[in-house]
Design a protein around this ligand. Structure first.
Ligand SMILES: Cc1cc2nc3c(=O)[nH]c(=O)nc-3n(C[C@H](O)[C@H](O)[C@H](O)COP(=O)(O)O)c2cc1C
Length: 197
């Protein structure tokens, strides 16, 4: 892959370690997740576990993400429940980041609701969770979404404001400015900051 996409080691050549849990929810941007995981590998020497919602797995198969992460959990196999559940996943990892975080995920997390394994893990997480929201401009401006972001911040979580970036909208046949995930090197920097406070 392109070296700029994967992050430039010369910017910060020191490595960092830890056990990282990445929650992935059902934004189309989840298709970019392998790129973010690969970017981490440039300087992160720890383990990466990815916890995907059902909708996330509809956008990109867990088997594809598993080519990049140390472990992928979807919670759809009862045989794994004993060892891979919301309690064990949060206890066995140092930091939970959610990328991409949908409006739906933010809503559940802000309400303390746990309708799936990822939201249950957020509710069980002992440390603040770092959310990377990705959605349309209309959704990001929605008053209920704004309320949920405010609530999550009041509860001590970190919600990273998305960067506005052009995205090609197939239906419109044009580029539209929309809230996007950070560039991979910035994502790596933020993970480092929160793993090494
Ligand atoms: C093509 C497509 C793209 C979507 N992209 C987003 C998105 O970027 N952000 C978002 O909040 N929801 C998006 N959605 C809606 C979510 O998939 C939907 O709210 C879903 O219930 C989220 O489930 P989850 O939060 O459990 O993963 C998209 C839906 C479709 C069909």
């Amino acid at each position: 892959m392109h070296p700029v996409i994967l992050g430039d080691m010369s910017e910060n050549s020191s490595t960092f370690d830890g056990r990282l849990l990445i929650g992935a929810s059902g934004s189309a941007a989840v298709a970019l997740l392998p790129m973010f995981v690969s970017a981490l590998r440039g300087s992160f020497t720890g383990t990466i576990t990815v916890l995907m919602t059902y909708t996330a797995t509809r956008f990109i198969p867990a088997s594809t993400v598993a080519l990049f992460a140390d472990k992928v959990v979807t919670g759809d196999d009862p045989a794994t429940f004993a060892r891979e559940n919301h309690q064990s996943l949060t206890a066995e990892n140092d930091l939970l980041v959610v990328l991409p975080a949908t409006a739906n995920l933010l809503s559940a997390a802000a309400a303390g609701a746990a309708p799936n394994l990822l939201t249950a893990a957020i509710t069980a997480a002992p440390a603040p969770v770092v959310f990377f929201p990705v959605m349309s401009s209309e959704m990001w401006a929605n008053r209920a979404v704004r309320r949920n972001v405010t609530q999550l911040r009041e509860d001590g979580h970190v919600v990273v404001d998305p960067a506005m970036a052009p995205r090609y909208d197939v239906a419109a046949g044009a580029f539209v400015e929309s809230p996007a995930p950070p560039a991979p090197p910035r994502f790596v920097e933020l993970v480092r900051e929160h793993l090494e406070p």
